[in-house]
Design a protein around this ligand. Structure first.
Ligand code: NAD
Ligand code: TYD
Length: 339
């Protein structure tokens, strides 16, 4: 079995590659990644020498390159993680999100059609459903909740999902889609909430909480997401969407306070800054379908997962310090100075 994993130098893609190489020693994993600011070759250094692993630097929008790779590798499956993934950046500069997230997805699926690939899996997000009100804790996203996006990021992901389902109906492409809630864990790029707060707290820098910090996200440990995708790939029904989430809703402010507590840092580091434009209030996944059909359940409780994650950032300072000392500095200035 040969699987092309796109975006494998990023957060979730790399964790998925580690999971697959460990669990299936006879599978060949080919990582296709253009190494944008969010992609990091150092993340993959532990698998570079693995004989079942190959890294290819290319853009999923580069039709010629993608087709040449499919010709060479004749993959059995494709799992598409490659994306521009940060809402704040999508508000600053939407165009690249449309390019990679929509056109890149179409290019990959065209190659799947041409080379009769047995499965195309699209890694999507719960953000395609928009948000839920804070005062209705009884409401959850199911697979039939209408798509109702808020940001250029989520709109580009929803567009891609529609295209994936259209390729299934129109061309019979064997597709599956997973829509997961917020992930956390090792190799999470430090522009996202949890790793940003850990890195800032460790450097005694202020912890910028948007608005009042009342927004709610549904957090899942990254390994649990990878296991869900593995299950969908092997046992999921073609043409189906599966929501992935572990019923772990938390307010942003509570997460930031928890990080302060775990690191022994004072809450006085917390600063409330101007809210994100169009900020989604609450995400909450109903994972009944993947549980009933595929038997998936999250294994890592948040209390353990956040400890493991903080420990990883403490033990792998080089990885994130290298990132925050480069181009990231300009990003941080743009995004947070005078906010
Ligand atoms: P990430 O930003 O950490 O990584 C994205 C990777 O894609 C990087 O390695 C980057 O170099 C690569 N990439 C970007 N544009 C590319 C292109 N044009 N061609 C080839 N490679 C390209 O993202 P992530 O957090 O690991 O998310 C992975 C996927 O999971 C995304 O599709 C995202 O929408 C989805 N998702 C993420 C979360 C989350 O909480 N992070 C939750 C649900 C779904
Ligand atoms: P983020 O990690 O960007 O994920 P997403 O927007 O895709 O859910 O943000 C998670 C939540 O944390 C979101 O409500 C915005 C908030 N947030 C802050 O309050 N401060 C920050 O510096 C960042 C990056 C996010």
């Amino acid at each position: 079995m040969t699987i092309i994993v796109t975006g494998g130098a990023g957060f979730i893609g790399s964790n998925f590659i580690f999971h697959m190489l460990k669990k299936y020693p006879d599978y060949r994993i080919v990582c296709l990644d253009s190494l944008t600011y969010a992609g990091n070759l150092s993340t993959l250094k532990g698998v570079m020498e693995n004989k079942n692993f190959r890294f290819v630097k290319d853009d999923i929008c580069n039709r010629e390159g993608v087709f040449a790779l499919f010709e060479e590798e004749r993959p059995d499956a494709v799992v598409n993680f490659a994306a521009e993934s940060h809402v704040d950046r999508s508000i600053e500069e939407p165009q690249i999100f449309l390019q990679t997230n929509i056109l890149g997805t179409a290019t990959l699926m065209d190659a799947c059609r041409e080379y009769k690939v047995g499965r195309y899996h699209q890694v999507s997000t719960d953000e395609v459903y928009g948000d839920l009100p804070l005062d209705r804790p009884d409401l959850f996203f199911t697979e039939t909740t209408p798509l109702h996006t808020s940001s250029p990021y989520s709109s580009s992901k929803a567009s891609a999902d529609l295209l994936v389902l259209a390729y299934h109906r129109t061309y019979g492409l064997p597709v599956t889609i997973s829509r997961c809630s917020n992930n956390y864990g090792p190799y999470h790029f430090p522009e996202k909430l949890i790793p940003l707060m850990i890195a800032n707290a460790l450097n005694d820098k202020s912890l910028p909480v948007y608005g009042k910090g009342e927004n709610v996200r549904d957090w899942l440990y990254v390994e649990d997401h990878c296991k869900a995708i593995d299950l969908i790939l092997h046992k999921g029904r073609v043409g189906e969407v599966y929501n992935v989430g572990g019923h772990n809703e938390m307010k942003n402010i509570d997460i930031v306070k928890l990080i302060c507590k775990e690191l022994g840092k004072p809450e006085s580091l917390i600063t409330y800054v101007v809210d994100r434009k169009g900020h989604d209030l609450r995400y909450a996944i109903d994972p009944t379908k993947i549980h009933n059909e595929l038997g998936w359940l999250p294994e890592t409780k948040f209390a353990d997962g956040i400890k493991k994650t903080i420990k990883w950032y403490l033990e792998n300072r080089e990885w994130w310090q290298e990132i925050i000392s480069g181009e990231y500095k300009n990003y941080y200035e743009r995004m947070y100075k005078n906010r």
